[in-house]
Ligand binder design. Structure first.
Ligand code: ADP
Length: 495
């Protein structure tokens, strides 16, 4: 019998990818192609849903031919996707009424204001775990219903469907047979009641979105239908939004386990078990996944400026030529230099939430060089991560025992060691950093019995564990310095 493989579909914000993964968890091949970013006016970001579907299907087929495998060797497909981005289409014709409105799109800011003015903000947060923001799907659907000619009438006649990108792709892959999503994606729409586990009738009525537009919501490891390739029906068995898939791919399967992705910004999720933790620090509550008949929750927080601060040193100040050089430069900094850099280029997010703060460097002396400034900048990624993780611990009442990391900036060993030191817990960097795709593959493979949980645990190999070596006293002292520095930037634009 020839060997079987899982295909992970990784439908991101800028590219469509397909990965072929074998039973040992090794990635055999990756096919990837970018697709068109459409910017019709300032603050608007769209994708062509038909293009996404076409490119994504081509990547699946390319990956199979690159790896030299036939469709009968594919055990199952797992899908992970850019979250919140929304498509509305006609159920009868299968044609989108408008381009996909991307999560970054800000056109619905005034619809969000309208919702807040009517006093619904707290109620919506209580039900969905999200803040009223144009980021989430709800106001994107409203915009299409209000602005695309004929949309409202078709919606009222029950002829329209809406979906996040997973839902749209499954609709296309199954030839219009399935209108379906998973808990993790549903929880990003601002329409789903994450406590009752149903589309919230009250919110739908208030926002005038007909129930008939919404997909069925299922566990993340489930029978989502099949994709027929060369006469073979390939089962689709796993679905999760990208950040949740990464949390699963990092195998944060117990409450209190967390992952942080260090890219342009940082994306942090902490699994909180079967209880939805409510944040007092401005973090989001979201569904991590549905598995084995249970629903698991997570707290989510992000750092706006992380790797972007390193880019600023490189391109803005021209302190070095490649981001990688920041590591050796930081290692040349004088000990106890006392320099702090607060990269509040666009205000500060959780737990400070101050849009009036701006970036600053503190503690400069005559002997400060670019080494100290670079080190202080890398340190700021670690301090901001601690700010959010501390909030997560206090919101969930669960202590963090290790941090699993991925993303471009985790290549920096200085940063990873400092992160472990400033958190006081080990930082674990896996060998395979394709955690998002692996999460989707695991969800699919668990459903068909291709893998069990023990096998998955064996697949994940650790590249390096960074163990804290800093004394408690020094950790406290340094973190206090950071908090002092942040305090001095708050409200800057107002003063
Ligand atoms: P994204 O997906 O947001 O584009 P990536 O995961 O590709 O991000 O990571 C790129 C980011 O990480 C950039 O902002 C870059 O400045 C930063 N980065 C990359 N390598 C390093 C490094 N060795 N040290 C510090 N920062 C790095």
């Amino acid at each position: 019998m020839s060997e079987k493989y899982i295909i992970a579909i990784d439908q991101g914000t800028t590219s469509c990818r397909a990965l072929i993964i074998d039973h040992g968890g090794a990635i055999q091949t990756i096919a990837q192609q970018e697709f068109t970013q459409i910017f019709p006016s300032p603050g608007w970001v769209e994708h062509d849903p038909e293009e996404i579907s076409e490119v994504q299907q081509r990547m699946v087929k390319n990956a199979m031919s690159q790896a030299g495998i036939s469709s009968s060797q594919v055990e199952a497909i797992g899908i992970t996707n850019q979250r919140e981005t929304t498509v509305v289409w006609n159920k009868n014709t299968g044609k989108p009424l408008y381009n996909a409105i991307v999560w970054q799109d800000k056109r619905t800011a005034d619809i969000c204001e309208e919702i807040k003015e009517k006093g619904w903000a707290d109620k919506i947060t209580g039900k969905t775990g999200l803040f009223v923001d144009s980021y989430f799907s709800a106001t994107k659907v409203m915009w299409i219903l209000r602005n695309v000619p004929g949309a409202r009438a078709l919606a009222d006649q029950g002829q329209l469907a809406m979906g996040t990108i997973d839902t749209w792709l499954i609709w296309k892959l199954t030839g219009g047979n399935q209108h379906i999503t998973d808990y993790s994606n549903a929880s990003r729409t601002m329409l789903y009641n994450i406590h009752d586990l149903e589309w919230d009738e009250e919110i739908l009525n208030f926002l005038q979105i007909p129930r008939s537009m919404l997909p069925a919501v299922k566990p993340s490891s489930f029978d989502f239908g099949h994709y027929e390739v060369d006469g073979v029906k390939i089962p689709i068995r796993g679905v999760a939004g990208d950040q949740q898939a990464a949390l699963f791919g990092q195998q944060c399967l117990e409450p209190g386990m967390a992952k942080n992705t260090y890219g342009t910004g940082c994306f942090m999720l902490m699994q909180t078990g079967e209880e939805a933790a409510i944040s007092r620090n401005g973090l989001l509550t979201t569904i991590a996944w549905g598995l084995d008949g249970k629903v698991y929750y997570a707290l989510e927080g992000s750092v706006f400026i992380a790797g972007a601060a390193v880019q600023w040193l490189r391109d803005g100040l021209q302190l070095f030529q490649t981001a990688g050089e920041s590591e050796s430069l930081a290692s040349r900094a004088k000990p106890d230099h006392g320099v702090y850099m607060v990269p509040a280029f666009a205000g500060m997010g959780a737990p400070y939430w101050d849009m009036y703060s701006r970036g600053a460097i503190f503690g400069l002396t005559r002997d400060t060089t670019k080494a100290e400034i670079t080190q202080a900048t890398l340190d700021s990624l670690a301090y901001q991560t601690r700010d959010i993780l501390t909030s997560m611990e206090s919101d969930s009442g669960i202590g963090l025992d290790q941090l699993n990391v991925d993303g471009g900036a985790t290549a920096n060993n200085y940063l990873m060691q400092f992160q472990a030191d400033i958190l006081g817990v080990p930082v674990i960097r896996p060998k395979v950093t394709e955690t998002t795709a692996m999460g989707a593959a695991y969800l699919a493979g668990l459903h068909t019995g291709f893998w069990n949980k023990d096998e998955i645990a064996r697949i994940r190999e650790i590249d390096r564990e960074f163990v804290p070596v800093m004394t408690d006293e020094e950790r406290k002292e340094r973190y206090r310095g950071w908090q002092n520095a942040v305090k001095r930037t708050l409200g800057w634009l107002k003063d």
